[in-house]
Design a protein around this ligand. Sequence first.
Ligand code: SF4
Length: 431
Amino acid sequence: MGQKVAFTTLGCKLNFSETSGIAHQFEEAGYTRVEIDEGADVFVINTCTVTELANKKSRQAIKKLIKGNPSAKIVAVGCYSQLKPDEVAAIEGIDLVLGSENKFEVINQLQQIEAEGKTRVIVSDAGKEKTFTPSYSYGDRTRSFLKVQDGCDYYCSYCTIPYARGRSRNNSIVQTVAKAREVVEKGIKEIILTGVNIGDFGKASDENFFGLVKALAEVEGLERLRISSIEPNLLTDEILEFVAQSKVIVPHFHIPLQCGTDNLLRLMRRRYTTSLYKKRVEKIKSLMPDACIAADVIVGVPGETADEFEKACSFIDSIDISYLHVFTYSERENTMAVKMPNQVPLNERKSRSKIMHALGEKKQRIFQEQHLNSSRQVLFELQEMGGQMFGFTDNYIKVEIPYNKELVNTTANVLLETVTDDGNVLGKLNI
Ligand code: SF4
């Protein structure tokens, strides 16, 4: 048995797909992948820096592993390492710090450390990242996150991601389809497209996102393709009309709104207005009435007066969206927003977050209840909890039924019956 390696991932779907990519490299190099609490020779942490809290959690995860595994090699890769390499390198016991461009070089760099016997820190110039390393998650989930794009050129006022992940870049459609085929060959039924600004796909290859989804929908054996998060200004009519007629691409759209008034969208340098957002929602619902539309919302951005917040809530309440992901604004160094006037006090941000969460729950409940007493295809996952198993419908409703091993990683027709207290839908198999 080769050396043992274990991984922990913080943050987004993209990070999970990249951790799987790095793990794959270790397995190919003869390492054995083990769980984080089983003890290993090497530990890799894929860090996140989207908020100050994410930085703190990354530091805590690193320190915990160093304390629990004094003789192991501890490696921190990813966005926090890229933005704050000195802070990470200053943690006593860390062996290797790799930024966004270098996170797939862990094994080579570990060999260097063996030779030099001291901490190595390698990060690229922020914004200068050029390479695109494809990756996808598998083995630990029924569905796979396929990385199709990295980086972002938008520089929204509150966001550090362009500084942590660099400029927008991608592989060609042909190369991306080849990766999707690899995923399907591993028995995965559903691919979820992931990246930072996936709608911007194609900039580096003179292609576009519409071309990509058309090509991926042709991948033999692929049962489901889920677009996941895409900017409203990049979700074009032709993409929506194509999804509406597709048997493979599921009717689920995650469209970041962030702010619910045009004044705040302008301040945050978002590239659309509330009217464009509303038109996207109406277009989707006119083509696919059962479609699920999720929105990211940030509360408490600079300039969000009580009146603006109220307007934002009534705008969100007025549009037919299915659930919200609510974030509380967090100051990020080097962003435009941190220097803006009219910063919202933290306790006020917290109380607005509660209000927005409640609005999100109301929206989700309405969406779930609209689909009760109807049948939908559910892709069942590995997990068993309390004698139940879980899966998602095509339009992203989480369903639970009594556990049946035969159904793992298969799609089955399920009658949606009732909404459970913990927000899932109880289903009954349609035999
Ligand atoms: S689109 Fe804006 S919020 Fe999203 S990653 Fe790019 S800069 Fe950040």
